[in-house]
Design a binder for this molecule. Sequence first.
Ligand SMILES: Nc1ncnc2c1ncn2[C@@H]1O[C@H](COP(=O)(O)OP(=O)(O)OP(=O)(O)O)[C@@H](O)[C@H]1O
Ligand SMILES: [Mg+2]
Length: 360
Amino acid sequence: MTTAAGPNIRLYGLTKHYGAFKALDDVDLTIAPGEFLTLLGPSGSGKSTLLMALAGFVEPSDGDILVDGKSITALAPEKRNFGVVFQGYALFPHMSVADNVAYPLKIRSLPRAEIAKKVEDALALVQLDHLAKRSPKQLSGGQQQRVALARALVFSPEVLLLDEPMGALDKKLRHDLQLELRQLHRRLGRTFVNVTHDQEEALAMSDRIAIMRAGRIEQVGGPRELYDAPETRFVADFLGKSNFIEGKVIEADAGAVLVETADGPIRHATAGRPARVGDAVLLALRPQKLRLDPGGDNALSARVETAIFLGTHAEIGLRTESGLALTVNQPMERAEALPGEGSAIILSWDAHAAVAVKPD
Ligand SMILES: Nc1ncnc2c1ncn2[C@@H]1O[C@H](COP(=O)(O)OP(=O)(O)OP(=O)(O)O)[C@@H](O)[C@H]1O
Ligand SMILES: [Mg+2]
């Protein structure tokens, strides 16, 4: 076990134009030594551009990247001491596994004996030492992925930049590799910056997640914080599913408000995001916080439109009297008999279950 190592990285006003289009738009971000940071966002939101700007393969149009207080914005990629696994993880097809991993050391002109030792260590780290002589096309997707990882790690970079390293893998293999990558992060104690558009991967792996949208960082925080306290509709919707209910505050007390909605008044505990009478509010409500019985602080009548068994839980699609579509997740032990499609039910939730978010 090593302790957290790695530099302090700061991005200031990082911007990348492609013609009139802004792939990165004034991004500020601090990456702490040794942290596992994930860039999460939809396709085209600028994740790869941000990672490649960090790596030095994309030249920013504006802004600065500081490492331990020194600007590296003009520094060539190979001078940055950052290991990179690119999106699509292309290995050199005509080289053996060992030669692929040796490549970054060869271009750094290390002595041959030292290269052999480091390659062996890097392959052992990803548990592929027994396949050193194979060619990449004789490996599975997950094995190729681990070779790419070994190649990025072999020169002991202070920072590892990973662009969708498990993108091409099936779900089971991806899960296994995620666990391995997390253990590797713990063991090495280096900074990892990982790009994904898989929200489960982001939640499972990260110390912090930066949610990207249209070239900007919409919100950054720990997985729990982002999931439980999204600031915007976009974050509430992108990281896990959410129901949204619109309304207007008609009564406000310390810590709680009454919100008039198309389906009648509902109680909402404001939890640090106070609102005043007359304010328009948008409430985000996770599907698992809704119940199909009248027990909570709020109750609405609704009709069941769909009820789907998903193994651990059932997903139930409802429509309220005003026509609002809502989704409820019920754990299976409570959902042995799924409600029939078309049946009328009472839906309820507690006043503190919703979070007020900014609309898009
Ligand atoms: N060389 C380029 N020239 C013009 N536009 C570009 C270039 N590279 C990227 N873009 C545009 O910048 C935006 C951000 O691209 P980027 O590759 O960073 O997205 P991403 O978040 O990594 O998406 P994905 O999840 O699909 O990999 C996209 O709209 C893309 O089309
Ligand atoms: Mg990308």
